[in-house]
Design a protein around this ligand. Structure first.
Ligand SMILES: Nc1ncnc2c1ncn2[C@@H]1O[C@H](COP(=O)(O)OP(=O)(O)OP(=O)(O)O)[C@@H](O)[C@H]1O
Length: 545
């Protein structure tokens, strides 16, 4: 097979980049930012941490030494496809940061692109100068130990106020997780990291298909990504808030069982399929249980709106707080007018609302104000159900496709907006490539694994299908999801060139040879005819009524 460099170098149609939850980039690749480095009137003083897309540094304002943090998004570390995604994340982050104006949202003081040709690794990086936090909720959880419920309650109250403000102004955060809830030196809380934040367009917002597997809702996995990305609702944030609340109130424990993010995501999906809410850890205080359970409702439309939750934790961000009842870590410039007893009462009210309906009793059958309800006082319109129904070209139950491949195959198809890229087609291609043999190997042509990837080519398309933090062509989920990404791109290329007839044959041939070879032949090239015929035959088998 000649999977030519054209395929390797071709632009990735969809972000196949590491989700933000992936482990940090390897040390040697992260450029040192020298202490004292100056930008936009700030001086970098040292490193704070790293995320999937760059690094965060402590800084101080040159004029008065006021503390700040600088987040650098580093395009030099990335492949061209990843660079585009990062540019999109940076654009979102800058756009939202400029418009965000709430005490529970981290403030950005400056956003700029570094112009420093003398330091090629930093040149072109996007820099966001923002308020500096003392630590994140993730750090707090990593320290272990249970937080007293009132302390946890105050953190959650402020986070929820930030979320409600975002939703009320037509934004979805998109990446709510402990690392993105920052605890300030004055004890107050800020939501941060707006790279996946998007403005609602009707009932949904659209973002690149990235997210933290531990905090995306079950319906996220079955959303088909369109040209604008994956559709998110405010209810996705509410789900993430439920997970986060459980973690905070149960010593860091995720509400779904499993040793890895993938296992927990699968557990969440299987609960959702069965229409069940999770069993909450016994450490979660009684007043919180219905609240968290409501946030983790499998039906997005049934989750409470952030504004309903926030109303139950009446955070007065301007009022003074009597001494001795300060929020986490000491006095705050923004005070919380909510003591533990009041919090419990408020939560009890919320619990009652979530269990029995809003406090003004609704007519029988009326829906609760939910996270799916349009924001900013818009008219309530029904929220479309999540795209969980069978896909066109879904695999028939009796097909000879191994059971453990069905989910990655279905996911690979769902993530492609091209209707011809169906589970049946991907399964047919896999069968023709390797006969579903995960250990298949053809060393003479350097093709390995279930999707017969050439390692150097795989690198350009690699996705982490099994969410183990690694992208491995010998791992069937990784190989299959990556194959879906490449086949999706091929479909788009061929259509763009007017090659629409016998698309399955073209895709099979393109995968086996290259997009260029097929484009030049204006059809299935001679040497791939037999292979394409096999794929068509398997496809017919998998789509037979
Ligand atoms: N304004 C800030 N002040 C102090 N620490 C911060 C600030 N912003 C981010 N951090 C910390 O810096 C680290 C890296 O943050 P970053 O946003 O780059 O990645 P992340 O949120 O951990 O992961 P990803 O962005 O890949 O989802 C995290 O530990 C985060 O808590």
């Amino acid at each position: 097979m000649d999977r030519t460099p054209a395929r390797r170098d071709a632009p990735d149609p969809r972000p196949s980049d590491p989700p933000p939850s992936q482990p940090p980039l390897p040390d040697p690749e992260v450029p040192e930012v020298p202490p004292g480095y100056r930008l936009a009137g700030y001086r970098i003083t040292g490193p704070i941490g790293r995320g999937g897309w760059g690094s965060v540094h402590a800084a101080e304002r040159e004029s008065d030494g006021a503390p700040a943090a600088v987040k650098l998004l580093l395009p030099t570390l990335l492949t061209p496809g990843q660079r585009r995604t990062m540019a999109e994340l940076a654009r979102r982050e800058v756009e939202f940061s400029r418009r965000a104006d709430h005490p529970a949202l981290v403030r950005t003081f400056a956003a700029l692109t570094l112009d420093d040709p003398g330091r090629p690794q930093l040149h072109g990086a996007v820099a966001l100068v923002m308020e500096r936090a003392e630590r994140s909720l993730q750090d707090l959880l990593a320290d272990g130990g249970d937080l007293p419920p009132d302390r946890a309650g105050r953190i959650l109250a402020e986070a929820c106020a930030g979320l409600a403000h975002m939703h009320g102004n037509g934004w979805v955060h998109g990446d709510l997780k402990p690392a993105n809830v920052l605890l300030m030196a004055d004890g107050s809380v800020r939501l941060a990291d707006f790279g996946l934040t998007a403005e609602l367009d009707g009932t949904h917002a659209y973002v690149p298909p990235l997210g933290s597997p531990d905090h995306v809702p079950p319906e996220w996995w079955s959303e088909r990504a369109g040209p604008r990305g994956v559709a998110l609702r405010p209810s996705s944030d509410v789900w993430a808030f439920g997970v986060l609340a459980h973690q905070l109130l149960a010593g860091g424990l995720h509400p779904f069982p499993g040793a890895t993010p993938r296992a927990r995501a699968l557990a969440a999906q299987s609960h959702a399929r069965a229409g069940r809410r999770p069993r909450l850890d016994e450490r979660v205080p009684p007043a919180w249980r219905p609240v968290i359970a409501g946030c983790l409702d499998p039906d997005p439309a049934a989750r409470p709106a952030a504004s309903v939750l926030a109303a139950a934790f009446p955070v007065d961000l301007a009022a003074d707080l009597p001494a001795g009842r300060g929020p986490v870590g000491g006095p705050s410039r923004r005070r919380i007018a909510l003591g533990a007893a009041a919090a419990a009462t408020a939560l009890a009210v919320t619990a009652a609302v979530l269990l029995a309906g809003p406090d003004t009793p609704p007519p029988p059958g009326s829906p609760l104000p939910s996270a799916g309800t349009p924001v900013a006082g818009g008219p309530a319109t029904p929220v479309p159900p999540p795209a969980t129904g069978p896909l066109p070209g879904a695999l028939p139950p009796g097909a000879d496709v191994p059971a453990d491949l069905r989910e990655p195959i279905t996911q690979a198809a769902r993530r492609c907006p091209e209707p011809e890229v169906t589970p049946a087609l991907i399964a047919a291609m896999l069968k023709a490539e390797s006969g579903f043999d995960a250990d298949a190997a053809r060393p003479e042509t350097q093709e390995y694994g279930i999707a017969m990837w050439t390692p150097s080519v795989f690198t350009a398309w690699a996705q982490d299908g099994d969410l183990d933090g690694d992208k491995d062509y010998m791992s069937p989920p990784d190989a299959v999801i990556s194959m879906g990404s490449y086949v999706c791109w091929l479909a788009q290329q061929f259509k763009r060139r007017g090659l629409r007839e016998d698309l399955p044959g073209l895709l099979a041939a393109g995968y086996r040879t290259s997009d260029k070879t097929v484009a030049e032949a204006r059809g299935v090239p001679e040497r791939a005819r037999e292979h394409a015929a096999r794929v068509r035959a398997y496809l017919a088998e998998y789509t037979a009524p």
